[in-house]
Ligand binder design. Structure first.
Ligand code: LMR
Length: 393
């Protein structure tokens, strides 16, 4: 049976996390996997989550099945968090194990509705986007996104390529905090893309995994909301891994806006079937916590304050690293770090320089030179900037 299998390559992000764990050096620094760490290097459980968890353990009297859609009050709360005001009759939502679970079920739905559909992805994009599309039998096509010279979005090139996207095609966009570049589309860019979707008939799929990590909860969803208000069909994959720090509990939500209420019912039935044949039912615990936090005024306010603190700290770390690099390199070419948003920026280092940072300085970045600013520590910024200058950045 298994003799026909070929070895598969390890996911580079997860491999780097394993390499980091195995490194015995005490002063090592993990700027790889997208996990938020506080100034002592810990990924703490937010107080809001701890409080909700205590309440849940006290109140929960059964672990019986919830249902194929998961916790529907969680789905409603997520739809409001991401979409704000929305046409509920045209929306189908299903609770998923993390944002990847949402991407998997949405891409499976695309494959079911339009076998052989093409998913357009940005160059570069998060590695799992292409992998999940391939896993469900969809092909991907790249569109230009990031200009490594300017460290900004090259929107003219992006829309020139997307002119070829038509009905039956899916265009995958990052809702905010682009992974891995940190360079984001402007409101005007989103308006243009919305007009293109309307004219050309492609369907947007928006991955929003970092809501609240860029400029604020509503701010980070504003562009996606503009689009959702105009297009007849749209898919959204939302993750609660980062903004609720529920990484290992696997909490996400897949949402589909259909062109009519009747179609939304059929979409929902298909999402349920896909859930049933894959993992049968989504896990409850983490989603129950998110539902409690989003629907309870006191818990929500604790969570929003904690999210604000994480975001402010990331922005401050961005500014400090940009300042330190300005000083060390005697140039402004790293100012983009302060302008980017979210956890990541692409530094523009060569793979060899990334290896040198790891081998000589114990600093771990993804080999495409993605840096996770949320892995930095305030008291090591100077040292990191010096190491970067040292390897010739
Ligand atoms: C990342 O990009 O580092 C995170 O989204 C974690 C992951 O699963 O890759």
């Amino acid at each position: 049976m298994f003799s026909t299998l070929q070895p598969t390559p390890a996911d580079p992000i997860l491999q780097l996390a394993a390499d980091f764990r195995a490194d015995p050096r005490e002063n090592k620094l993990d700027l790889g996997v997208g996990v938020y760490k506080d100034s002592s290097g810990l990924t703490v459980i937010p107080k809001a989550v701890k409080q909700a968890e205590a309440q849940l353990i006290e109140a929960q009297d059964t672990k019986s099945y919830v249902g194929l859609l998961g916790d529907t009050a969680f789905n409603d709360a997520m739809a409001s968090l991401v979409l704000g005001e929305h046409p509920a009759d045209r929306l189908s939502a299903i609770q998923t194990p993390g944002g990847s679970g949402a991407l998997w079920i949405l891409m499976s739905l695309i494959a079911k509705a339009k076998p052989g559909a093409t998913v357009w992805v940005s160059t570069p994009t998060w590695g799992n986007h292409r992998a999940i599309a391939a896993g469900v039998g969809l092909s991907t096509r790249d569109y230009p996104y990031f200009n490594p010279a300017t460290r900004a979005v090259e929107f003219d090139k992006m829309i020139a390529d997307l002119k070829d996207a038509g009905p039956g095609d899916v265009v995958l966009l990052h809702g905010c905090c682009h992974n891995p570049t940190g360079a984001n589309l402007t409101e005007d860019n989103w308006i243009t893309l919305t007009e293109m979707a309307l004219e050309q008939g492609f369907t947007p799929l928006v991955d929003i995994a970092y809501q609240g990590f860029g400029d604020g909860l509503a701010e980070d969803a504003a562009n996606l909301r503009l689009m959702a208000a105009k297009v007849p069909e749209m898919m959204i994959a939302a993750s609660c891994s980062k903004n609720f720090a529920l990484y290992r509990d696997r909490v996400g939500c897949a949402m589909v806006l259909s062109s009519s209420a009747a179609e939304a019912k059929v979409v929902e039935a298909n999402l349920k079937t896909l859930m049933r044949i894959s993992i049968s039912m989504p896990p409850d615990h983490g989603a129950a916590l998110v539902r409690m936090i989003l629907t309870d005024t006191a818990l929500r306010s604790v969570w929003e304050d904690e999210l604000t603190a994480m975001r402010s700290r990331m922005l401050a770390l961005r500014q400090s690293l940009a300042d330190a690099l300005r000083e060390r390199t005697n140039s402004d070419r790293f100012d983009f770090i302060a302008h980017h948003r979210g956890m990541f920026s692409l530094l523009g280092a060569t793979p060899e320089q990334v290896d040198q940072l790891r081998d000589q300085h114990g600093i771990y970045l993804i080999r495409d030179s993605r840096v996770n600013v949320a892995g930095l520590k305030e008291d090591r910024i100077t040292e990191v900037a010096e190491a970067m200058a040292n390897v010739g950045l």
